[in-house]
Design a protein around this ligand. Structure first.
Ligand SMILES: *[C@@H]1O[C@H](CO)[C@@H](O)[C@H](O)[C@H]1NC(C)=O
Ligand SMILES: *[C@@H]1O[C@H](CO)[C@@H](O)[C@H](O)[C@H]1NC(C)=O
Ligand SMILES: CC(=O)N[C@H]1CO[C@H](CO)[C@@H](O)[C@@H]1O
Length: 379
C-alpha cells in the first residue's frame, strides 16, 4: 500500500506542474522535476502571458501546460461555457487546393486539436486494396512485395459510399471494389535499331496505375459517378522485361488507418502553434541585420533602418536568435497557446476539408458513445 501511494505521488509530480498564485503577488511554480522558479508577476500582462503563451528558451520550453482552469487564477472566470466558446472560437482557411488545406483554428484546447489530428491520421476511413489474387507473376518482384505495393496505392473514390466489410461478410457491391491488372511485356518491333532505351525497346516495360482496370461489381457503374481510378495515373508499380507477365485481381475494402496505414486518408495532418516574436528594444544597423538573419526569410524586415516583426507565422521556431548573446535577452520567443495552424494533405480520395468534416463527425460519434456509457453508469 505504501509503495502504491508513493508511486502515485511520483507520477503526479512527473506529469503536472503545480501553480498557486494570486494576481498581483509573487508566486512560485514547482515544476515536475522538483525545481522551483520564483518570479515577480506583479503585472497583469505577465499573468496574461503565462495564461496564453508558451515561452521558448534556448534549451527549454516554459508554460507548456494550460493552466486556465477554474481556481488557478483569482480574478479570472475560467469555467467553460458554450456561449463563451462560440464567441471566441474561430476557423479561418488560409489556403486551399485540391489536395491540401491550411487553416487556423483559434480558441480551442490542445486535446481537441490533437484529437482531430489523430482521427485524421487513423480513423477517417478510405478504400484500399486488401486482397490480391495472383494468377501469374513472372516479374522479378516477389508476390508479397507486389501485393504490399498495390495495397498502398490511394484510390480515388468516396469512401462514404461504402460499408465496412466484416470478416465473414459476403462480397457485395456495397463493400468491395474489384480491379484487374493483366499486363505482358513484349519487344517493340518498331523500335529504332540504334536505341538502348528500354522504354523504346520494349512495350509495357513499366507498369503504372493506369494499367489497372476497374471491374464494377453488380450495379456499381450506376451509383459510382465518374467510376473508380487510382488518385494518380502514373504511380510506378513494377518493371517488366520481354516475356514477363502480371495477371492479378485486386479487391479493395473500406478500412481505417489504425488498422493499416494504407487506409489513412492523409499524407500528413499536422498542426503547429502560431509563433509570436517580441522585440524588447529597437534594433538598428548591423544588429538589425543580424536579427533578421536569425529568422526565416520574411519574418523580420528592416523598415526605415529599424527591425520589425513582419510575419511571425513564417517562423520555424529554430530559436537561432537565442544563440547570440548580444540578441538573446532582447528578444522574446512565444507561441500562442490556442492558435493552431493546421495543415491537412489528402492522399486524394477526399477533399481535405471533407476529411476535416469527417473527423468532426467521428469525434461527435465518440462523444455520443461516451455520454451513452455515462448514462448507463448513472442510472
Ligand atoms: C515586481 O515588478 C514590479 C513591476 O515590474 C516592480 O514595481 C516591483 O518592484 C517588483 N517587485 C519585486 C519584489 O521585485
Ligand atoms: C505466366 O506467364 C508466363 C510468361 O508470360 C507464361 O509463360 C505462363 O504460361 C503464364 N502462366 C499462366 C498460368 O498463365
Ligand atoms: C502466382 C505466381 O505465379 N507467382 C510467381 C510470381 O513471380 C515470382 C518470381 O518470378 C514467382 O516466384 C512466383 O511463384
Amino acid at each position: 500500500m505504501a509503495m502504491l501511494a508513493s508511486s502515485f505521488v511520483i507520477s503526479l509530480l512527473g506529469s503536472a506542474q503545480f501553480i498557486k498564485l494570486n494576481a498581483g503577488a509573487s508566486f512560485s511554480i514547482i515544476n515536475g522535476y522538483g525545481r522551483a522558479h520564483f518570479a515577480n508577476f506583479s503585472s497583469m500582462a505577465h499573468i496574461e502571458e503565462i495564461r496564453n503563451k508558451i515561452h521558448l528558451d534556448l534549451h527549454t520550453v516554459r508554460n507548456t501546460e494550460d493552466t486556465r482552469y477554474p481556481g488557478t487564477y483569482s480574478g479570472y472566470d475560467d469555467s467553460w461555457n458554450l456561449a463563451k466558446f462560440k464567441k471566441d472560437f474561430k476557423l479561418e482557411i488560409v489556403s486551399r487546393s485540391a489536395r491540401e488545406v491550411e487553416f487556423d483554428m483559434i480558441g480551442i484546447d490542445t486535446p481537441f486539436a490533437n484529437a482531430f489530428r489523430r482521427i485524421l491520421l487513423a480513423e477517417v476511413p478510405t478504400m484500399a486494396v486488401e486482397q490480391v489474387f495472383i494468377y501469374n507473376n513472372t516479374s522479378v518482384m516477389q508476390d508479397e512485395v507486389l501485393a504490399h505495393r498495390l495495397g498502398l496505392l490511394p484510390i480515388n473514390v468516396d469512401p462514404r459510399l461504402f460499408e465496412m466489410k466484416k470478416k465473414d461478410d459476403k462480397v457485395t457491391e456495397r463493400n468491395t471494389l474489384r480491379f484487374r491488372l493483366k499486363v505482358r511485356c513484349k519487344r517493340n518491333k518498331k523500335a529504332p535499331s540504334d536505341t538502348t532505351n528500354p522504354d523504346e525497346l520494349y512495350l509495357n516495360s513499366k507498369v503504372y496505375t493506369r494499367t489497372i482496370e476497374w471491374e464494377p461489381i453488380g450495379d456499381q457503374k450506376n451509383w459510382i459517378p465518374g467510376g473508380v481510378r487510382f488518385t494518380e495515373d502514373d504511380i510506378l508499380i513494377n518493371v517488366l522485361r520481354p516475356g514477363q507477365e502480371l495477371d492479378m485481381v485486386l479487391s479493395a475494402v473500406k478500412g481505417i488507418g489504425s488498422d493499416h496505414a494504407k487506409f489513412s486518408p492523409v499524407a500528413t495532418a499536422s498542426y503547429r502553434l502560431m509563433p509570436e516574436i517580441q522585440l524588447l528594444q529597437p534594433f538598428r544597423g548591423h544588429l538589425a541585420e543580424k536579427l533578421k538573419n536569425c529568422f526565416s526569410p520574411g519574418v523580420i524586415e528592416i523598415e526605415s533602418g529599424e527591425a520589425v516583426v513582419k510575419c511571425a507565422r513564417l517562423d520555424t521556431g529554430s530559436r537561432e536568435v537565442l544563440r547570440h548573446s548580444e540578441l538573446a535577452d532582447k528578444v522574446k520567443l512565444l507561441k500562442v497557446r490556442d492558435h493552431f495552424i493546421f495543415t491537412i494533405e489528402s492522399t486524394g480520395a477526399l477533399d481535405p476539408l471533407d476529411l476535416m468534416r469527417e473527423a468532426i463527425r467521428i469525434l461527435k460519434d465518440k462523444c455520443k458513445t461516451y455520454r451513452k456509457e455515462l448514462d448507463v453508469l448513472t442510472t
